[in-house]
Design a protein around this ligand. Structure first.
Ligand SMILES: [Zn+2]
Length: 383
């Protein structure tokens, strides 16, 4: 059991180390948005879910962080059942600021403000920021309850600023630098989102949930089971109104020689075997998705005469996600089209942004992405 848990954590750590480097829009080549069943929600507009909107309309405002520094290190599964001893709303946490090399102490709510600022564009609608605040607070509290320090650089810290060690956190100085003249507006907006949800966390069977979130699920979220091997009923695969956000199809282009090198293939292997991007294909392409997960993500990819996992393939090529739409060759480049951004588990930030613009409340967004959970308040006080 311990070995499995370690493998899961290692896998998750490795999975966040690769940031996609060559993502671009392919204009005019979009798949139809999936049809999505609407939950009956007060405040929903007639017609329900948004359809295909302009790419990036959920965010992307100048000077704002791109959504997507998602947490993806699960706690070890199999904790004790029953209610957890929750920290108080005013509890103090220690945060290691890796930019300033300083160990800081601050109230939990102040920490949550820095996480929301770092993890979601402040231009998103208030309900989306509120949902993000609850998810971020829940993710943090679950780690406090587990006593799981997450930063390898500073074991004394409860949390750190590096999204690869947990959730990203932006210091007030970083926010000022990042937002420039808009800083007062965005600071107020994020503070309001955190205050509107002060002390709120998500519980399942009396315990804080593993509140994973992702930048964009590309039209359908992945279950925790298919990505992390964790059987968590509140993290199923769900339709998500983010098929075209933040940017429709992600297109990763790599010169064939470079791609072959990254994949451990010979220089001519891709040219000889890969299917043509215009739809033609050879009988035995060097690269092909040969098995998919229930949400449509690549589970196994053939690479020459080997088979690698979809996650390994994503890492080798630096793809935004394992939701691979096509693999082809065009103008001397390997071209891989993907949908979504990130591991796809839990709340989709761009999906939450779309729901918020359609009038859904933070509660409705959270109830949709984390079904079966309930919102609870941390006990008042410092402990
Ligand atoms: Zn760290």
């Amino acid at each position: 059991m311990a070995r499995i848990a370690i493998l899961v954590v290692l896998f998750a750590l490795v999975s966040v180390l690769l940031v996609p480097s060559t993502v671009a829009l392919l204009a005019g080549e979009r798949l139809p948005a999936p049809s999505v069943e609407l939950p009956p929600t007060p405040g929903a507009p007639p017609g329900g879910w948004p359809g295909v909107g302009p790419a990036g309309s959920g965010g992307g405002e100048a000077g704002l962080p791109a959504a997507g520094a998602e947490p993806s290190t699960p706690l070890q599964p199999g904790g004790p059942a029953g209610a957890a001893q929750l920290p108080g709303e005013q509890t103090l946490v220690t945060v290691y600021d890796e930019e300033a090399h300083r160990l800081l102490q601050m109230p939990l709510e102040t920490y949550v403000e820095g996480v929301v600022a770092a993890e979601m564009p402040a231009g998103f609608a208030p309900a989306a920021l509120q949902a993000q605040a609850v998810a971020a607070r829940t993710f943090a509290v679950a780690r406090l309850v587990a006593g799981a320090a997450s930063c390898p650089l500073q074991p004394r810290a409860d949390f750190c600023s590096d999204g690869e060690h947990g959730q990203a956190w932006a210091s007030p100085a970083q926010r000022q630098r990042f937002w420039g003249v808009l800083a007062p507006v965005y600071e107020a907006k994020i503070r309001q989102a955190v205050e509107a949800t002060a002390g709120q966390i998500l519980l399942w069977q009396g315990r804080p949930i593993e509140a994973f979130y992702t930048a964009s699920a590309g039209g359908r979220t992945a279950s925790a089971k298919e990505v992390f091997g964790l059987d968590l009923p509140y993290l199923p695969s769900l339709p998500s109104p983010d098929a075209d956000r933040p940017a429709g199809l992600g297109v990763t282009r790599l010169p064939l020689a470079k791609a072959a090198q990254k994949l451990g293939l010979g220089a001519g292997d891709l040219q000889a075997g890969a299917p043509a991007a215009d739809g033609g294909s050879n009988a035995q392409p060097a690269l092909a998705v040969i098995a998919r997960t229930p949400s449509g993500r690549a589970a196994e990819v053939r690479v020459g005469d080997r088979t690698v996992s979809g996650e390994q393939f994503r890492q080798l090529l630096g793809l935004p996600s394992t939701l691979i739409e096509s693999i082809g060759v065009q103008d001397g480049n390997l071209v891989v089209q993907t949908r979504g951004y990130g591991h796809g588990v839990g709340l989709s930030q761009y999906g939450a942004g779309a729901m918020a613009r359609q009038g859904y409340s933070a509660e409705a967004i959270l109830a949709y992405y984390y079904p079966g959970t309930r919102i609870a308040h941390l006990p008042p006080g410092p402990v």
